[in-house]
Write a protein that binds this ligand. Structure first.
Ligand code: OGA
Ligand code: NI
Length: 372
């Protein structure tokens, strides 16, 4: 069976001579031994015995956004964003039916024969839709145990025609999901603005004509989960991420010096602050470092929605959050500049925020074989 996977690896390499090391998984394949290309050096492995056993990620009830307890909820959002940059939400307004339909088509997409989806394969991060694997096949030394489809979602009418026609329910199910998640993102942005002492629409305006991207991550079963990652430690380069975990756990967040598992909670989303909100809040809010593990028992699907500034939005610490106690930590840049830097790097560096601090103007631009 391992042979099946490796055979597919070779075929794709031949078909696309320009892409040196593409490895795609076929949903029906299951290999018995992990190929070398995925094995991390011992120091970089997940070290599963060091993961905290307690799951103490805040679960916030968004029903309170519309009631007398709103100020209390805003306080809890502030604490979660300051301490962890990570929380879960329930009563978020996205219907269970829409979520279930989305998970169904996501699973169908990744379990149909690879021939039906490989036409979306691309290694160009600026592509409006792309199927890929690992994280950054051009840059990285070791692959990740992941295949993903990533595409733009907003404005819906602009992008829906680029989405898969197979499975046939994809466009409708994903379209509904994106629309409902966008409404949630805007409510969260308003609450986060308020929690920073800003007008509710401040962050929405600061992000310009915001974009919304979505990924479906598919992590196949893996015979040796302690040797590899689905996704190694990183922070998200966008403003805010709203992640749907299916019912298989694998997500971990770095909290108080330890990795903590974020167990999937029924009808909950995981929300995390991305790099752009860390900059806008002048470092008061944390863009959380997180990672995804794989497991031997079953494949895992997760669906992050990335809420992003428009490429030309100017990102800088909000003036009212720059004080003598907390001077400006970041310089001004466009999101486009940031995003290019992010993709020109290897994810192993966790984050590229350090290239945008006030004293980083002399950092030279990335070169071909640069590593963070
Ligand atoms: C991501 C991510 C986590 C997960 O796609 O950026 O962090 O649980 N995913 O899949
Ligand atoms: Ni992430």
């Amino acid at each position: 069976m391992a042979k099946q996977l490796l055979a597919r690896e070779v075929i794709l390499r031949d078909e696309r001579s320009s892409c040196k090391r593409s490895v795609m998984f076929s949903g029906s394949n299951h290999c018995l031994e992990i190929p070398k290309a995925y094995i991390r050096p011992p120091a970089e492995r997940p070290k599963l015995n060091e993961v905290a056993s307690l799951d103490n990620i805040s679960v916030l009830d968004l029903a309170h956004l519309n009631g007398p307890n709103r100020p209390l909820l805003i306080d809890r959002i502030r604490s979660a964003c300051r301490q962890d940059g990570f929380f879960q939400v329930i009563n978020h307004g996205v219907s269970e039916e829409v979520i279930n339909r989305l998970l169904e088509v996501a699973k169908e997409f990744f379990t149909m024969p690879i021939e039906k989806r490989e036409k979306f394969y691309s290694e160009d991060p600026s592509s409006v839709i792309r199927l890929s694997t690992s994280f950054n096949v051009e840059k990285e030394e070791v692959y990740n145990w992941r295949e993903f489809l990533r595409h733009h979602c907003y404005p819906l009418e602009k992008y829906v025609d680029t989405w898969p026609l197979d499975p046939p329910a994809y466009r409708e199910a994903v379209g509904k999901y994106c629309t409902e998640v966008r409404a949630l993102a805007l409510r969260l942005l308003a609450a986060i603005s308020e929690s920073l002492g800003l007008e509710p629409d401040f962050l929405e305006k600061a992000l310009g004509q915001q974009a919304q991207h979505m990924a479906i991550n598919y992590y196949p079963r893996c015979p040796n989960p302690e040797l590899t990652f689905g996704l190694p430690a990183h922070s998200d380069p966008n403003a805010l991420t709203i992640l749907l975990q299916g019912d298989v756990s694998g997500l971990q967040v770095f909290k108080n010096g330890q990795w903590c598992t974020v167990h999937p909670a029924r009808n909950a989303f995981v929300v995390n602050i991305g790099d752009q909100l860390q900059v806008l809040s002048n470092g008061i809010y944390k863009s959380a470092i997180h990672r995804a593990l794989v497991n031997a028992a079953e494949a895992r699907i997760s669906v992050p929605t990335f809420y992003c500034p428009s490429p030309d939005a100017l990102i800088a610490p909000v003036p009212s959050l720059v004080t003598s106690d907390n001077p400006a930590q970041y310089r001004k840049f466009t999101y486009e500049e940031y995003y290019q830097m992010f993709w020109s790097k290897n994810l192993e560096g966790n984050t590229c925020l350090n290239f945008f601090t006030v004293d980083s103007t002399n950092v030279s631009p990335p070169t071909e074989d640069d590593n963070l």
